[in-house]
Design a protein. Structure first.
Length: 157
C-alpha cells in the first residue's frame, strides 16, 4: 500500500549483547572479547565507595537504513526508584557506523562498546540499573546488585 514503510524501514535497533563482566575488550578485528561475563552482583568492601573490577559489554545491531545515521549511545545508572546514581551519564558516545565496501542489505552491521565501570561510585547497598539508550530511546536495562562485605582479616603476619 502507498505510504506504508518498506520491510527494511520497519527494522529497529536490536540489542545483541548487554552484559556486565570482569573485563571486556573491542580490538580492531571486530570481535568483542568478554571475560567473566554475566556479572549480576558485586561485593564492595566499604560504602560509600567505588565498584571493583567491572566492565559493561554492549553490541547493538543496526538496521541497514540506519547505518549512515548519527547515533547517540548513552548509559545511565539509576536506582530502583529511577534516581540517578553516580555520574550521569555513565558513558556517552556519538557514532556513525557507515557501510564498508561490499556490505549489502541484510549483512550484520553493529556497533559495540566496552565501557569500564571500575571505580564507579556507589553510596549504598541495593540494585543499580544500567540503562542503554540510543537517540533518546531506552532499549534495555541491566540490574547489578551491590552488596557490602567487609574485608575478611587475613592470618596474622
Amino acid at each position: 500500500m502507498a505510504g506504508e514503510p518498506t520491510e527494511l524501514a520497519r527494522e529497529r535497533l536490536e540489542v545483541r549483547v548487554f552484559t556486565l563482566a570482569d573485563h571486556v575488550a573491542t580490538p580492531p578485528d571486530g570481535k568483542l572479547y568478554i571475560s567473566g561475563g554475566g556479572v549480576d552482583r558485586i561485593f564492595v568492601p566499604q560504602l560509600p565507595g567505588p565498584l571493583g573490577q567491572l566492565w559493561l559489554a554492549m553490541r547493538i545491531r543496526l538496521p541497514w537504513h540506519m547505518t549512515s545515521d548519527r547515533l547517540t549511545v548513552t548509559i545511565r545508572a539509576l536506582d530502583g526508584d529511577r534516581n540517578v546514581v553516580g555520574p550521569d551519564p555513565v558513558a556517552q558516545a556519538e557514532l556513525e557506523v557507515g557501510r564498508a565496501p561490499g556490505q549489502r542489505p541484510g549483512d550484520e552491521v553493529a556497533v559495540q562498546l566496552a565501557i569500564p565501570l571500575t571505580g564507579f561510585p556507589v553510596s549504598a547497598e541495593g540494585v543499580l540499573y544500567f540503562h542503554l539508550i540510543v537517540n533518546d530511546e531506552q532499549l534495555t536495562s541491566l540490574p547489578l546488585r551491590v552488596v557490602h562485605r567487609s574485608p575478611v582479616p587475613g592470618p596474622p603476619a
